[in-house]
Design a protein around this ligand. Sequence first.
Ligand code: ZN
Ligand code: ZN
Length: 247
Amino acid sequence: MGFADLHIHTLYSHDGTATPAAVLKYAAHHTDLDVIAITDHDKIRGALEAQEMAGKYAIEVIPGIEVTSAEGHVLALWMQRDIPAGLSLAQTLEEIGKQGGLAIAAHPMHRAAHGLSAAAIKSALQDPNLAQILIGIEVFNAGLIIQRSSNRHAQTLANGLPLAQTGSSDAHTPFMLGAGRTRFSGYTAKDLHSALQTQNTQAVITRNVLGIAVLADWLWLYAMRAAGLPLHNPAPEVSLRFSRQTV
Ligand SMILES: [Zn+2]
Ligand SMILES: [Zn+2]
């Protein structure tokens, strides 16, 4: 079984703290994740940078975006370029589909974090074309600071829907990487793509970090960013670990 963290932010998010290289380095040194998705708010640039460097770290990167649709946040995975923020959920899913991407409802029903409502998700699933694109729902998001009961509500909603269930960190600092993760059969991004489409994934809670600890960790790194000192690790010359596919 492989493990993926499908919801990670870098400095390219207004509220991110770490460079793409720092994210990759931390993931390689301190987690056993096989695949990560970089999903900055409405920007793919950090994900593309990370994807370019990923080989050095023996970890696969899925280029993604956390898209701000008018109805709430949607994780767009396997993307190639930005799509506009503020479109309706249906238009957003269509744009993701045009690029051959797949979508996951991020922290559904979390009001402060602008999650999709249950009604918006159900309504999208009634359209057979959109249902091919919206294939997953985040049932555990480790990065929520408040209203963490929305994870329970998301799980209850997901149990009645034909969607792959995912767990993610929603990391805005490297420390949070892998705190929530998605288990799938296989180890590669390609394996994960099939697992998501056949609803063969499970959400795993690795570390249920208290909201106050998430906030404290973010605050000092965000202060460093604001002071012009973002967490930065240059890419090393050699790979930091052996890929699980080669052992
Ligand atoms: Zn979000
Ligand atoms: Zn996020």
